[in-house]
Design a protein around this ligand. Structure first.
Ligand SMILES: Cc1cc2nc3c(=O)[nH]c(=O)nc-3n(C[C@H](O)[C@H](O)[C@H](O)COP(=O)(O)OP(=O)(O)OC[C@H]3O[C@@H](n4cnc5c(N)ncnc54)[C@H](O)[C@@H]3O)c2cc1C
Length: 419
């Protein structure tokens, strides 16, 4: 008899899990997948498809996809659907401590800024790509296209969109979901992939530990006068963290984590002043900047669900854990969850059902430590870099220099970034 898995939330993680479960249906010993999404699940026209003469515009929501996530997305047939010209490989990472900030504030001088930058610069020069930058819309289109192909091929997968879950009840052998439209669905396993504000988590009575950073990520895209050379750049400034991710067409996507008050100030600037403020903060590392998108902000929170699993229920992706975007790892952690849950379902004994706690705990054990480590590293780094305490300031700048001189430590950081 086929097991019925209901995935709630068709964001990148829920979609990838649903595709992986359907694709590995025989290894899971027969499965029917229902995907429930509260929004319309349809292909969107990606930005950047501008007329040849026009300037290209890209999504401001982008992901730095790790090689491990790329392999997973390939295995579900989605990566192959992303047009090559919409993937930007990251070939090196450069990180600066806040001594650069001092130079910018003090002199605002290009050369001075660059020289100070080199002093604290960690360079992860790699022959292979460290990550691949892909826009949210482009990734979602690839996953949705793959989903349509999977449905057309007769895989056991169906979609219910424009619906959310109003209630869940628990029976001995399964759970029942009542949808907002009134319909009821019975599931051997509910997979909550409905993001950081997960309704499934709430309906299941699972509490979460949250930490409000009381800051926002300001996101925007710019055209640059100097080439980005496929380098991801990050500046740890005294009171903020600024990241540049490379895009096609000599553009970059920025994520600037700042206090809420500073975010409001930045959003109130006109395009030219905002571009000059970002360029000056980066010591004009990529020359002059021209704003190519709307500027928006996202509130930053850290979250960990106290339990990721219950009988017949598992949380994956941001529903289980959300971290500071500084390391660009949130979606990567979610894809790793999806992969681990499919693996746990495949490996279960012939006596176990997909919703058995023994099976689900195997998934939680496999993933919890990795997600906690990444959460702690990004949280700790942020605390270290935002501290005004002088000895800590010395540690953080020295830390970058020390890291530079220790190839083994650098490769440790790299290995984690590339998982
Ligand atoms: C500024 C910023 C930059 C980031 N940069 C990166 C990066 O470079 N790399 C990276 O890996 N990560 C990055 N992240 C993190 C990344 O965006 C998230 O980790 C990722 O989107 C999580 O995916 P998800 O599918 O778990 O959840 P979501 O993307 O939140 O998707 C949840 C889905 O569930 C649906 N839903 C919600 N509630 C219901 C309901 N009740 N019923 C049905 N459906 C529902 C929603 O409509 C949505 O489609 C960044 C985050 C921020 C804020």
């Amino acid at each position: 008899m086929k097991s019925h898995i209901t995935v709630v939330g068709a964001g990148p993680v829920g979609l990838a899990f649903a595709l992986a479960a359907a694709r590995n249906a025989s290894a899971i010993r027969g499965v029917r997948v229902t995907l429930i999404e509260r929004q319309t699940l349809a292909l969107a026209r990606p930005l950047g498809d501008a007329p040849p003469s026009g300037a290209k515009h890209f999504d401001t929501r982008v992901y730095a996809i790790s090689p491990g996530s790329k392999t997973f997305l390939e295995s579900v047939g989605a990566w192959q659907k992303i047009p090559n010209e919409r993937i930007t490989d990251v070939r090196a990472m450069q990180v600066w401590g806040d001594e650069v900030g001092k130079e910018v504030d003090g002199k605002g001088d290009n050369e001075a800024g660059k020289n100070a930058g080199e002093k604290n610069n960690i360079c992860f020069e790699e022959s292979v790509a460290v990550a691949h930058i892909v826009e949210h819309t482009v990734l979602m289109n690839a996953l949705i296209e793959r989903l349509h192909a999977s449905i057309a091929a007769g895989d056991n997968i169906r979609v219910i969109d424009n619906e959310s879950v109003a209630a869940i009840s628990e029976q001995k052998t399964h759970r029942t979901l009542r949808l907002s439209g009134g319909a009821e669905i019975s599931a051997d396993l509910i997979v909550g992939a409905d993001g950081a504000h997960s309704g499934i988590r709430g309906l299941a009575g699972i509490t979460a530990k949250t930490f409000d950073y009381e800051s926002d990520a300001v996101v925007a895209n710019f055209k640059t006068t100097l080439p980005h050379e496929n380098i991801a750049r990050q500046w740890f400034l005294g009171d903020s963290v600024l990241a540049f991710l490379p895009l096609p067409d000599q553009q970059i996507s920025i994520v600037w984590s700042v206090t809420k008050m500073r975010a409001a100030e930045l959003l109130s600037l006109d395009a030219e002043t905002f571009a000059e403020t970002v360029a000056a903060t980066s010591s004009h590392a990529l020359g002059e900047l021209t704003l190519m998108s709307k500027t928006s902000r996202v509130a930053l929170k850290k979250l960990t669900a106290h339990n990721w699993v219950q009988p017949h229920l598992a949380l994956i992706g941001d529903a289980a854990h959300a971290i500071h975007p500084m390391a660009g790892q949130g979606a990567n952690l979610g894809f790793a969850d999806a992969r681990a849950l499919v693996l746990a379902l495949q490996k279960r004994s012939s006596f176990s059902a997909v919703g058995d706690m023994r099976v689900l705990r195997e998934y939680e054990r496999a993933r919890r430590e990795d997600a906690a480590t990444m959460g702690m590293v990004t949280h700790g780094l942020r605390e270290l870099y935002l501290s005004d305490f002088k000895p800590l300031k010395r540690v953080r700048n020295r830390g970058l220099n020390v890291l530079n001189k220790m190839p083994w430590a650098k490769s440790l950081v790299m290995n984690h970034a590339m998982k």
